[in-house]
Structure formats: structure tokens, C-alpha cells
Design a protein around this ligand. Structure first.
Ligand code: SF4
Length: 489
């Protein structure tokens, strides 16, 4: 074997079938003891004679494209990597958030986060690279959604990384690994081109992720450039991957930035293709989704309802369909400034009504939005944050989760200053209280349903953990926040 592919431990876990638990890797390490975290919440993936039984979808894409180009590749879980790394000439690592600079990690952990403690994903990434450098002389190539954080020669040299690939890796990976295997001196930062043909995964993915489309096209200024153009995959390729996941995971999670815009014509939902996709996929196994856009939901109530009916939701095994989505702000001014495309075909002034309408449609059809907000966008004022708080209060009666995150400069505004806990003003704390109250109202009920598929001990520990967080929050966090705000509770 010449090439070994792996990922840091937080990305390469079965999550006991509960993919959203992956977000806990952004939490500060001192929140949950490591033995409990890695045994019960993020258990390792298994390995058979062909390699890791599960791997991140991005790793699987690189595996496929390298095999198509005639390379000898093995995907290995990070716990078992030493034995393989010793013999490899090149090691590829997938990472999402290697330095904790992504929105979730930078909000909750790290030097500038709310809790000044390193997150698990940073810890796991650094440990992995350190271990590899100790046992192997192979070239280390890092790619994935978080690779941009490493695109700096100084950081690469400090960590012992030879190559960083920013952007889509499918075109550039065979070239890079080919040069390494031919003994050429390959070093530096490579920028992957946008690909037209997305390869078909050969084996199952973590979380049963099956990419149905790549890109977005709504053009928010703070978004990654790789999401600029929407490309939908052929149904046959998707169905092949759903079948592969059905055999191992018994479910598949259809992934796109907005699943309703599969084969869309611009912003217009292609009802026929979306319904065909969900109908065909659901004949094979249980189907989940990753992301949706609230603007699309507001324009497509009947499609949302059809999907729920095709999937038979609600039922005992699947009481609802959860997906991530972005509210980002309740301020029309910030919408106009940074994300005019996000709300189309609606106007910036209509956004709060659109969000509430979409939450209503989700609620009626047993969909659960797990929504994000962005604090600290450039040009944000107190008035903007108060508009967001008003919106959050309006959403209280809809079963959902809302998470406020710090602004991270990326995309067209990558030169702006990142927001940090030192920048928090009383009105930001007020926004966080509002989200906290919203989430406390819904989290127990959502977790009760979501965790049923987990082993008993993991479920028990997670429920205890949620109870503890809520209790501590009620006792301490709210008191602390109230003091900061000097408001009457
Ligand atoms: S809608 Fe979401 S995925 Fe699309 S450009 Fe905006 S932030 Fe990016």
C-alpha cells in the first residue's frame, strides 16, 4: 500500500448513528472527560480487511478518485494508523476544523471562545499529525473543509505538514499524490478546482452522508468560495451510494447546502426531480437530510409536505426530519449588506416573516430546523442584534434549536476581523440568553427522540449530560448573564 487516507478522530466516528453529535467535538475538552467522550459519544469506526468500514464522505471521494487513477489506497481509522503509516509513502488527512477557527469551535472553545479551553477537534487533529510524524517519513497531505486554516507555511512547518489542499480535492489529488509517489519534492499550498463530475463512493460514509449536490449559488459574502456554483449529481450515482450506506449504516443522509434545490433551475425548486430523488432513495433505507434553506422552504410548502409523506414521517423510528439551516440575523440591514442572495426570492425586509413562516411549515410537516445565527458581522450595531432577539422570541413555540455563533471572516470578507468573546456586548449576551431559553424548551424532547438509536449506556450518559448542562445553566449561566446585563429576570 502506497497511500493511506485517514481523518482526525472527531470526524471518524460512528457517532452511534447520531450524526449531529459530531458538533460536540467543537466543545471545550474540559466539559466531558475524554474516556466518556471517546467511548460512549464518539466511538471509533471499525475496520475490516479492506480498511475502515466508515469514513468521512470527503475522504471517500478522494479514495474513489485515487483508485480510478490507478493508485493503491487504504482508508484507515486514526486509532490504527501507526501500523499502516510506517509503510506508506503518502498520508492524506481529512479535517474540518484543525485549529478551531470554524464558527462553532471559535464560539464555544479556544483562546477567544466563551470557555478558554481547546476543543476536542483541535486536540485530535494535532495529536494525529504528531503521531504520524513520529512513526513515518511519508509526506503528509491535509485537505477538507477546514484546510484553509492551515494554508500558511509557518503553521505547516510547525505542525509537520507537507501539503495543504484548499477547495475541492478531486482534480488536484491524483496530481499531488502522483508526484509524491514518483519521489518528487512536493511541498506547499494547492488550491483545488471546482469539479464537474463528483466521483461515486465505494464504501459507506460516517453519518451515511450521500452528497446529492455541491455548491449553493446564493452568494453570501461570508461563505466559502467553493459553494459558489450549484452542481447536482446524477440520480444513479446517488442511489448507488445510498445502497452502499444501507448495507452498513441502515440509513443515508442526503447532503447538500439546500436539499430542496436538487437539480434546481436557479432558485426554483425542481419538484419532479426532488420527489423522484426522495421516492427512489426511501425505497432502499431510512433517509435523513443535512441542510435546507429557509427561503426555499417558504416557497415550497407542498414539496416539504410531499417529502414527509414519502418518508412516512412521523413514525416510530423517525418521528421527525432534522436539518441544519441559517437564520443568521433578523436585521434587514445586515441581510442587504452581507447576504442579499440568502433571502431570495424575498426581500431583506421580509426575512423575519419568512423565517417564521418556514419554521411554521417545518413544524406542520415534522421537520426540525437546527438553525445558526451570526454574532459580530461587520457593521453590526445594537439595533441589528435587537432585531435578531425579536425574531428569536417569535420562534419560541416552534420545535427547533437555535445556536448563536461568532462571525468568522471567510469568502469575500475574509479580510475582516473575527468576532471573539472579548467583543461580546451586553446585547450579545441578551441574544444568547434568548437562544438558551429557546433551546432549553426543546432540547430534552428532541434528544429523547434522537438518541433512541444509541446503545443504552451512551444514551443514559448523554441524557444525564444534557440534564447537567441545563441544571448548571439554570443555576449559574443565567445568573452570570443576568449580572452582566443587570436585567431583572
Ligand atoms: S445560503 Fe448558506 S451555503 Fe449558500 S452562500 Fe449563503 S451561507 Fe453559503
Amino acid at each position: 500500500m502506497e497511500i493511506v487516507l485517514t481523518a482526525e478522530r472527531c470526524l471518524m466516528s460512528s457517532y452511534n448513528g447520531a450524526l449531529f453529535l459530531g458538533f460536540m467535538s467543537c466543545a471545550p475538552r474540559n466539559l466531558i472527560p475524554a474516556p466518556i467522550f471517546f467511548k460512549f459519544i464518539l466511538p471509533p469506526v471499525k475496520m475490516d480487511k479492506e480498511g475502515a468500514v466508515l469514513a468521512p464522505s470527503g475522504t471517500r471521494k478522494i479514495e474513489s478518485v485515487l483508485i480510478e487513477n490507478g493508485f493503491n489506497v487504504t482508508v484507515v481509522p486514526p486509532e490504527k494508523i501507526e501500523r499502516f503509516a510506517k509503510k506508506a509513502k503518502a498520508i492524506g488527512i481529512t479535517t474540518n476544523d484543525p485549529l478551531g477557527l470554524g464558527p462553532a469551535s471559535s464560539t464555544f472553545s479556544g483562546k477567544h471562545g466563551i470557555v478558554k479551553e481547546e476543543s476536542y477537534n483541535v486536540f485530535c487533529f494535532k495529536k494525529l499529525v504528531e503521531r504520524l510524524n513520529k512513526v513515518s517519513d511519508a509526506k503528509i497531505v491535509v485537505g477538507g473543509a477546514g484546510a484553509w486554516q492551515l494554508a500558511d507555511e509557518k503553521i505547516m512547518n510547525e505542525l509537520g505538514i507537507d501539503v495543504v489542499v484548499v477547495g475541492e480535492g478531486e482534480k488536484v489529488a491524483p496530481e499531488i499524490f502522483g508526484k509524491i509517489l514518483r519521489g518528487e519534492d512536493v511541498h506547499g499550498i494547492f488550491y483545488g478546482e471546482v469539479v464537474e463530475r463528483i466521483p461515486v463512493n465505494r464504501r459507506a460514509t460516517v453519518g451515511g452522508i450521500v452528497e446529492i449536490a455541491r455548491g449553493c449559488g446564493r452568494g453570501c459574502k461570508f461563505c466559502q468560495p467553493t459553494l459558489q456554483r450549484l452542481r447536482s449529481r446524477p440520480l444513479t450515482d446517488i442511489i448507488e451510494e445510498v445502497k452502499v450506506n444501507a448495507r452498513v449504516n441502515k440509513f443515508a443522509t442526503l447532503h447538500a447546502e439546500d436539499v430542496l434545490r436538487y437539480k434546481a433551475n436557479g432558485l426554483n425548486v425542481n419538484r419532479e426531480e426532488v420527489i423522484k430523488l426522495f421516492s427512489e432513495a426511501s425505497k432502499i433505507c431510512k433517509i435523513g437530510i443535512s441542510h435546507f434553506s429557509l427561503a426555499t422552504i417558504a416557497k415550497s410548502e407542498s414539496v416539504v409536505s410531499e417529502i414527509s409523506s414519502i418518508l412516512g414521517i412521523p413514525n416510530k423510528g423517525q418521528p421527525w426530519l432534522a436539518g441544519q439551516t441559517g437564520i443568521e440575523t433578523g436585521s434587514p440591514k445586515l441581510i442587504r449588506e452581507h447576504m442579499a442572495g440568502k433571502v431570495l426570492p424575498f426581500k431583506a425586509e421580509e426575512w423575519s416573516d419568512v423565517v417564521e413562516m418556514s419554521f411554521g411549515i417545518c413544524s406542520d410537516n415534522h421537520w426540525i430546523p437546527c438553525a445558526t445565527l451570526i454574532m459580530g458581522l461587520p457593521k453590526e450595531t445594537e439595533e441589528d442584534v435587537l432585531r435578531t432577539i425579536e425574531l428569536i422570541e417569535r420562534l419560541r413555540s416552534y420545535k427547533s434549536l437555535i445556536v448563536p455563533l461568532f462571525f468568522v471572516p471567510m469568502g469575500a470578507i475574509s479580510g475582516e476581523k473575527p468576532f471573539s468573546s472579548e467583543d461580546l456586548k451586553p446585547y450579545h449576551w441578551e441574544l444568547m440568553i434568548s437562544c438558551w431559553k429557546h433551546d432549553v424548551k426543546w432540547i430534552r424532547a428532541i434528544a429523547k427522540d434522537y438518541l433512541t438509536k444509541m446503545p443504552l449506556m451512551s444514551r443514559f450518559l448523554l441524557q444525564k449530560f444534557i440534564d447537567w448542562v441545563i441544571k448548571e445553566g439554570e443555576k449559574r449561566i443565567e445568573k452570570m448573564l443576568a449580572e452582566k446585563l443587570c436585567i431583572r429576570r
